[in-house]
Design a protein around this ligand. Sequence first.
Ligand code: KG4
Ligand code: ZN
Length: 340
Amino acid sequence: MEQDVVILAIESSCDETAASVVRNGREVLSNVISSQIDIHTLYGGVVPEIASRKHTERIDQVVMEALKEAKMTWDDITAIAVTYGPGLVGALLVGVSYAKALAWALHKPLIGVHHIEGHISANYIENTELEPPFMCLVVSGGHSHLVKVADYGKYEILGRTRDDAAGEAFDKVARVIGLGYPGGPKIDKVSYEGNPSAIDFPRPKFADNEYDFSFSGLKSAVLNYLNQLQMKGEDYNQADVAASFQQAVVDVLVGHSMKALDQYGFKKFAIAGGVASNSHLRTAMEEACAKRGVEFFRPSPIFCTDNAAMIGVAAYYEYIAGLRSDWDLNAVPNLKLGER
Ligand code: KG4
Ligand code: ZN
């Protein structure tokens, strides 16, 4: 009988300190997430210095909890995995240093994982039948990528944002309409009370790459709309602005994804990243895929936002491909997908 590959994974690229134990790439034995949202909410967004300090305070407890919840001992662990980029450099360094020390002390292999590869891999957790090739839209607070997943670890980026990420736009718009941080879940909720066609916000396109995204113009359009009303002394309808903004984002994300599916003929499509937990986006993608006879995959919301289980899954495929990191593994804040 083949031996199990049990990976202990650590994620600390932004404001979640997370650890998870994953067996054979698909079975999540524990998934511990310590969110710092409450602290950063006081400042209206993530404060990098505070994020690093909180990771340092919490990482040991989070890792121990993940091991305990998985009912594992250190002897059962095959390898230690960690996110080493992209992300906030100080935050990444906490996880990377901790993972290196742990792997070295335990004489276990170390595997550095790309954060976006983790987000994509989150789809493997609950869809055990899902295998590449497929198309994936990754939309998070820092990234908006339309990616061809040719094989495990093999990616081709078709389109990316030229300015703000989709999640960033959600957070910024939520702030200006008084919903606060984090914006995504709040806009998602309040939109149910608004009219998505109330305001016609722009859906930008690029002539030189029809798969690229831009969200900063949309954010400016929302600001202009609010300013114009203010100058006239009129009030705005918060739910209508939220719903109309969200509809513009959803239309662009669905439009680009479906165009790519039609052009490249993939039969499977997945979404990933924090924004992939948006309920309106999930429904719209599901309907658009069903129309084309394309199978649609999305992780549960808890595996869409930052977590370490997704890092453990991605690390498993690196492990079985024979990939290992050296002791000089460093945090790489702008690490490109597919680079090592
Ligand atoms: O993947 P993630 O946890 O962190 C990054 O890697 O960036 O994504 C966080 C982003 C935030 O911008 C947050 O507002 C957004 O995901 N988000 C959502 C929703 N839940 C989280 N955006 C829209 N709708 C949601 N329900
Ligand atoms: Zn993320």
